[in-house]
Design a binder for this molecule. Sequence first.
Ligand SMILES: Nc1ncnc2c1ncn2[C@@H]1O[C@H](COP(=O)(O)OP(=O)(O)OP(=O)(O)O)[C@@H](O)[C@H]1O
Ligand SMILES: [Mg+2]
Length: 256
Amino acid sequence: MNGIYHLDGVKKVILVASAKGGVGKSTTAINLATAFNQLHHNVGILDADIYGPSMPKMLGITKKPSISEDKRFIPIDKYNMKCMSIGFLIDQQTPVIWRGPMIIKALKQMLNGVVWNGVDTLIIDLPPGTGDVQLTLCQKLKISGVVIVSTPQELALIDAIKGINMFKKLNVPILGIIENMSYLKTKSGEVIDIFGKGAVEKSAKENSISFLGEIPIDKSISVNSDKGVPYLIENNETNTGKKIIEIAKIIEKKIK
Ligand SMILES: Nc1ncnc2c1ncn2[C@@H]1O[C@H](COP(=O)(O)OP(=O)(O)OP(=O)(O)O)[C@@H](O)[C@H]1O
Ligand SMILES: [Mg+2]
């Protein structure tokens, strides 16, 4: 049991959010999930982006989940994680053209109507915005905390802070903020702060939340996403890989 929605056996629910689109929420959610798995958690990933599911592509999943005897979806096992996305049920190129109530019905189905047994840590990748999905999850689930992802630009930060304020209002613990696409390191070792430096950390201080760390712009991160293999599966010994694992360890401590 976990809040009003019933999630068999799930002990911790972590949301990955930012009100801004395209800042790397899904990529970060998958890599954090992989890091938790490497830290010996039994991990589940739920793609709560009903309009724009990313998990089928990012996890290379093309099959549909099977159905249990009690008529619930059995999440797809991939990379030792249990994964569920609306995208497993519909064709990749078919748009979901639903109004709010249908979205919430689908969301509920992916929580209550999925066999989550065996998962102790469920990572939920949120859509952008501060709407129905965020509100429903915060009201219906017992959430251990939310991880905010932002890129360094002011435009991204404005939305990230909107997200932070929404979660504060809903009394969801904020685990901290990650700066994604922080900088670019060239082959010669030069660090280029493409989008400026230090803005996310400064904003974290101003909003009294933890700064969890930086993830650089790394071509391999997007190449891995596109080929359906989480970056961390193939790169946990790189500097970027180690940074992601460090962030996961901080989050792990905070939700204990
Ligand atoms: N640190 C990074 N380095 C390089 N590419 C990255 C990095 N983080 C994310 N990307 C790439 O940026 C793009 C957007 O990432 P992603 O889909 O995770 O963002 P999102 O915030 O989930 O977007 P949406 O709001 O649409 O759900 C993807 O192509 C991804 O591979
Ligand atoms: Mg996404």
